[in-house]
Design a protein around this ligand. Structure first.
Ligand code: AMP
Length: 412
């Protein structure tokens, strides 16, 4: 019997998200989350989606609380939960573990089998992803201890954007300084942009190599990308995930001199400005809420701060859609994805309102119709398709991991 299961791990600084997938039919067997690692009130929430004796259709969730001292303890708790459902990490059915790694720098442009040299390089990239790469590495090292014999694969958030031309990837600053400190635009959410741009082409019944796509990944973090014939040519996030669109708590684009101003005139430290721009800006900074559902509710009640936050969010989004239209020259499909993109009809409608001259339009009824799969929301026969495409980063990570360790090509 061949091993067909892949465990996907997304290790953050204080949490581990995991999914166990079976690549023979791409089903999800179990999903879960360990939170508040390092705190006394840690929590694990584990859901068995399909039992090992075959799909039973009834998901079962267990939740427990208690101290989770470190990532080692967190992964042991994950292993224990999986074991209780007959899906233990010692199972011969487990083919590999796929890790989400945020920053792959210039070096990692593909999913990569993890060895000592790869671990060292991910560590060397930590200064450009101080919040993420060290946590991702902890996940890798802990998983290696639990199953030293099992192939482990790193799938990088930056990889899909490595095809960006230098004209898009470089900042216009002194080249020597930039190179010394690895300052360039890397882009993030690449796993999602790759998955969604392919799925959008599929929705049109065409090969990814034949179509140009603008992907709008609008979640709590948000980014746009321009994809020409399956290859990313531009994306909105840069050296870090701070650049680009207005996000839940991040400012996105601003004049870099705002930073000097806040330090010189506002007396803030670099860390304080960092915290302001990453955690207290974006929608939450503008109106106190970062959940688009709540913002829309407030807008409908006539709340001015929420209305202005919504307008600023949409204004920035429209600027990027126009810019990426110009970057691509011709566009076949605009695809909305992630929490806001998949669920907020008002954001989608406002983002494309009045752009009929560019061939872009949203059909009001299709836009409002509920649905959970990939679907078109442009009027039938529109020159440019507009689509809602649910993203699935875990499936993408599992597919790339499985492909790398078995050589069995995975078309999603
Ligand atoms: P993500 O980061 O992709 O999980 O997206 C999370 C964000 O999606 C939340 O902060 C909300 O702003 C947004 N969201 C989730 N569900 C909805 C919904 N039904 N309508 C509007 N926005 C939503």
């Amino acid at each position: 019997m061949t091993a067909t299961r892949v465990l996907v791990l997304n290790t953050g600084s204080s949490s581990v998200k995991y999914q166990l997938l079976d690549m023979s039919d791409r089903s999800r067997l179990a999903v879960g989350l360990v939170e508040r690692i390092g705190e006394r009130n840690g929590r694990i929430r584990h859901t068995l989606v399909h039992g090992p004796d075959g799909p039973d259709g009834s998901a079962r969730t267990r939740e427990s609380t208690g101290p989770v001292p470190d990532h080692g303890a967190a992964l042991e708790a994950v292993a224990e939960e999986l074991s209780r459902d007959g899906l233990g990490l010692d199972s011969p059915d487990l083919a590999a573990i796929g890790h989400r790694v945020v920053h792959g720098g210039k070096r990692f442009t593909e999913p990569t089998l993890i060895d000592t040299a790869v671990v060292d390089e991910i560590e060397r990239l930590s200064p450009v992803a101080p919040l993420h790469n060290p946590a991702n590495l902890t996940g890798i090292r802990t998983a290696q201890k639990l199953r030293p014999d099992l192939p482990q694969v790193a799938v990088f958030d930056t990889a899909f954007h490595a095809t960006m031309p230098e004209a898009a990837a470089r900042y216009a600053i002194d080249v020597e300084t930039a190179d010394r400190h690895r300052v360039r635009r890397y882009g993030f959410h690449g796993t999602s942009h790759a998955f969604v741009s392919r799925a959008a082409a599929e929705l049109l019944g065409r090969e990814p190599s034949e179509v140009n796509v603008i992907v709008l990944h609008l979640g709590n973090g948000a980014s746009a990308s321009a994809v020409r014939g399956g290859r990313c040519v531009e994306t909105s996030m840069g050296l870090t995930p701070l650049e680009g669109l207005v996000m839940g708590t991040r400012s996105g684009d601003l004049d870099p001199a705002v930073v000097f101003h806040l330090m010189r005139v506002g007396g803030m430290t670099a860390d304080e400005v960092d915290e302001l721009l990453n955690k207290r800006s974006g929608l939450v900074g503008l109106c106190g809420d970062n959940d688009m559902r709540e913002i829309r509710r407030r807008v409908d009640e006539g709340d001015e701060a929420a209305a202005l936050a919504f307008d600023i969010y949409v204004h920035r989004l429209r600027k990027y859609i126009g810019a990426y239209y110009a970057v691509l020259g011709t566009v076949d499909v605009v695809a909305f994805t992630a929490g806001v993109g998949e669920n907020s009809a008002p954001v989608r409608a406002a983002a494309l309102a009045g752009l009929e001259g560019l061939g872009l339009a949203v059909d009001e009824e299709l836009n409002r119709a509920p649905g959970d799969g990939p679907r078109l929301i442009s009027p039938p026969g529109a020159p440019v398709a507009v689509a809602v495409v649910p993203t699935d980063e875990e499936l993408e990570i599992a597919a790339r991991t499985y492909e790398l360790v078995t050589g069995v090509r995975q078309t999603l």
